[in-house]
Design a protein around this ligand. Structure first.
Ligand SMILES: Cc1ncc(COP(=O)(O)O)c(C=O)c1O
Length: 390
């Protein structure tokens, strides 16, 4: 069980706003804020390199915390700037040839799809979209039918940016693993809100961000690459951190996942990211999930009961993101109305998810994303404000 009073006491932001933009960037706990500010202060006092040396244990700990969070090894983790860069560093390491097939799904995120498209256009590989099943989620049976020896990668978004869907990642992983096809899982929206175990899921690569449900600092993200795949993936960019320049003029790429990092990094953020992972682990991912699920279900039901509101989330399992439209009002207008009342929600536009919102003919939806620290009072305020806007 989440101790609501305690987690709210730990979260300075709840005194200012009812924050339902956790899928954008959550309010960090004080421990994360303090860790970041403290490190920045130390850098200002003794110098950036010196502060990094002095506190090596703190930022090295981040690899252990993230590894625990997703049940991986610390050598399989790279800490980078954001989820997109994490995803890109792995994806652009694949070598595709004409006729290769890359499978994706309707939940695919804009940045991922743009990268898929660019690489397909350059290499002659083909992108194919695995359709949704009758529940509105990635169709596992369709995937099975589509797999053949030409499929070189499956890209799956676990929880999309634009809806409450949780895609059946473990069912997908069981199939890709049996077929020997790498599964690249975008866990940007699921890390910090769902229990994640890379072995249970069967993914080979996982990308995630710090600032969303994990409640870490902005400008942080991480990548997991399965140990036995690391050596096969040559990063698209190399520097003197990812590789070592040899006296004979050649270079040797690192053996661990840090080959996907680069030398200069945001140490304060890296430390804060580890503190955020520790905080989530201390609460427990099952307790986090249970509280989020209760809040999201209640919000969906209450919004759906308002005349003119349509809730758009589809799928057998739903997460923290609650998306809706209100007849006669644009999503942007609603967001503006709510922000004026210190209630934060966001707008998901079709151009962040053309294969889903675009295909469903939805230009934009309001996205209210709950976190475990949201109170029932805040939910009441949100529902009342939408009711008033209707
Ligand atoms: C599903 C999904 N994937 C990837 C990203 C990109 O994450 P980042 O902004 O950390 O690069 C987002 C961001 O909203 C997302 O929702």
């Amino acid at each position: 069980m989440i101790d609501l009073e305690q987690v709210r006491a730990d979260t300075p932001g709840v005194g200012h706003v009812a924050h339902f933009n956790n899928a954008g960037s959550a309010l960090p706990p004080r421990a994360v804020l303090d860790a970041v500010v403290d490190h920045l202060r130390r850098e200002a006092e003794i110098g950036g390199y010196e502060a990094a040396d002095e506190r090596e244990g703190r930022w090295e700990h981040t690899y252990d915390a993230l590894a625990r969070l997703i049940h991986a090894g610390r050598d399989e983790i790279a800490v980078v700037e954001n989820a997109t860069r994490a995803w890109d560093m792995a994806f652009y390491a694949f070598r595709f040839a004409p006729g290769d097939r890359i499978l994706t799904g309707r939940a695919e995120y804009a940045s991922n799809y743009i990268a898929l498209r660019q690489v397909a256009d350059r290499t002659g590989a083909e992108i194919e979209v695995v359709e949704n099943d009758e529940h509105g989620q990635f169709d596992v049976a369709a995937l099975e039918r589509l797999l053949d020896e030409r499929v070189k990668l499956v890209s799956l978004v676990h929880v999309p940016t634009q809806s409450g869907l949780v895609n059946p990642a473990a069912a997908v992983g069981a199939i890709t693993r049996a077929a020997g096809v790498p599964l690249l899982l975008d866990a940007c929206q699921s890390v910090g809100q769902l229990h994640l175990d890379v072995d249970e899921i069967g993914c080979d690569i996982l990308s995630a961000t710090g600032r969303k449900f994990l409640r870490g600092p902005r400008g942080t993200g991480f990548l997991y690459v399965r140990r036995d795949l690391i050596a096969a993936l040559e990063p698209p960019f190399l520097d003197l951190h990812a590789a070592e320049w040899q006296p004979d003029g050649s270079y040797r790429i690192r053996d661990d996942a840090r080959r996907f990092e680069n030398w200069e990094t945001y140490y304060a953020g890296k430390i804060g990211l580890g503190v955020a992972a520790d905080y989530a682990l201390a609460l427990g991912l099952d307790a986090i999930r249970a509280r989020i699920d209760g809040l999201a279900r209640s919000l969906r039901e209450r919004l759906a009961a308002i005349g003119g509101v349509t809730v758009h989330d589809r799928g057998q399992t739903l997460a923290a993101l609650v998306t809706f439209t209100l007849e006669g009002r644009s999503a942007t207008e609603i967001q503006r109305d709510l922000v004026a009342q210190a209630i934060n929600v966001s707008v998901s536009p079709a151009d962040s998810s053309q294969l889903d919102l675009g295909a469903r003919g939805l230009d934009e939806v309001v996205r209210a994303s709950v976190h475990y620290y949201n109170s029932e009072d805040e939910l009441d305020r949100l529902v009342a404000a939408v009711q008033a806007a209707a």
